[in-house]
Design a binder for this molecule. Structure first.
Ligand SMILES: *Cc1c(COP(=O)(O)O)cnc(C)c1O
Length: 390
């Protein structure tokens, strides 16, 4: 037995290498990757431009320190600002760290305004990470259970429910921010209505709150725009990124605009590894390839093909609740727990995920081709039909 802490229920497979949208196991068997390591492998596996950039950077400089200027970090911050309209970036190494930065920023912002006990509005079914503050912000008891006392300072409301946020505004004077995923990933691919996001922007402006968007899963081109909130034509005050940003190299980011700019001062926050040259080079290359190869347009095209293909193949099936998607974030909700579909798909050479027990979740690389989408629809619809006994 390997000497690993028992934190994951793992599938009985180990991959040795990958190429494009395929992974290969120790016996040389190929799998179609419709999960991308949970929305991480944006460019698929062993993308030649990314391989070259990482190798080149490794031969130059892996790490210095945030005690010095870092050219690659400055260049990446410029690129992120240009594509997002945000003003400042703090770099870290993961999604939970990006959200920790956002939570700390909101609290400091509140204290600067003279709020003694600043609160943050968070959503039911939200997922923001596994550190103590982010699991407290998460709207899932399974993530929290056993780790009490939870971090205080969060006010929870139902997702996509504007009246609930308005009620908080009327009754909770200490609130200073709203934290929300434009598309809830772990929560089951729940898509925020664009009018809801616009109205949240309005409430935050009226109240002097920070609108903080967790785009750790839905950002970086996956929904057909760089960032999912851009479909609503709004600009947040804070946005967090991670997963797909480095296409497999760990990197997270917390971006600020408007009222959130200039809140942190030297000494308020930091990270040893955050924004080091190798991670920033990987992220910059990922963004360049997305742009150069039209991968956002491709995410829209493949997402539409997969959703319509699955709807057609599963139409009228008792047990199917809904097929929903936003670009290449796709959920197939069934009326019963279906976690065993993950192992069945694996046996059939297909990598998928099931979240909240009843939602098959698809997060393919943005490099999926028409043929890959066809193959996914064919294999997955057969598995679901068989599972539902249809
Ligand atoms: C995965 C995820 C996180 C946590 O990211 P880690 O890198 O695992 O810490 C936070 N928010 C959202 C929306 C996520 O999907």
């Amino acid at each position: 037995m390997p000497h690993l802490m028992n934190t994951y229920g793992r599938q009985p497979v180990a991959f040795t290498h990958g190429k494009g949208v395929r992974l290969y196991d120790e016996d040389g068997r190929a799998y179609l990757d419709a999960l991308a390591g949970i929305a991480v492998s944006t460019l698929g596996h062993a993308h030649p431009d990314l391989v070259h950039a990482i190798a080149d950077q490794a031969a130059r400089l892996l790490h210095t320190s945030n005690l010095y200027r870092i050219g690659e970090q400055e260049a990446l911050s410029d690129k992120l600002a240009a594509i997002s309209g945000m003003d400042e970036v703090f770099f870290c190494n993961s999604g939970c760290e990006a959200n920790e930065a956002a939570i700390k920023l909101a609290r400091l912002y509140g204290h600067h305004k003279g709020v003694a006990v600043p609160g943050i509005v968070v959503m039911e079914q939200a997922f923001h990470g596994r550190t103590l503050a982010t699991l407290s912000a998460t709207g899932n008891r399974k993530v929290q259970a056993g780790f009490e006392p939870l971090t205080p300072g969060f006010v929870r409301v139902p997702f996509n429910d504007l009246a609930a946020v308005e009620a908080v505004a009327a009754h909770n004077p200490g609130v200073v921010a709203v934290l929300v995923e434009p598309v809830q990933g772990e929560g089951g691919i729940n898509i925020a209505h664009l009018d809801y996001l616009r109205a949240l922007r309005g409430i935050c402006d009226a109240q002097g709150w920070l609108l903080m968007l967790d785009e750790v899963q839905c950002g970086i081109g996956r929904t057909g725009k760089w960032f999912a909130h851009q479909h609503a034509g709004i600009l947040p005050d804070v946005m967090t990124l991670a997963k797909g940003l480095g296409s497999g190299v760990p990197i997270g980011a917390c971006l600020a605009a408007g009222r959130a700019v200039g809140v942190f001062k030297p000494g308020n926050h930091g990270s040893t590894f955050g924004g080091n040259p190798i991670a920033c080079r990987a992220a910059r290359t990922t963004l360049e390839v997305i742009e150069r190869d039209g991968l956002m347009q491709n995410a829209l095209r493949q997402g539409a093909a997969i959703c319509s293909g699955l709807r057609r193949a599963l139409q009228g099936l008792p047990g199917l609740r809904e097929v929903r998607g936003d670009g290449l974030m796709i959920g197939v909700e069934l009326d019963r727990p279906c976690t065993e579909l993950v192992a069945r798909a694996l046996q059939g050479g297909l990598l998928i995920n099931v979240t909240v027990e009843k939602v098959v979740r698809l997060l393919p690389p943005l490099t999926f081709s028409d043929a890959d989408s066809d193959e996914l629809v064919t294999k997955l619809s057969a598995l679901i039909r068989e599972f539902l006994g249809a």
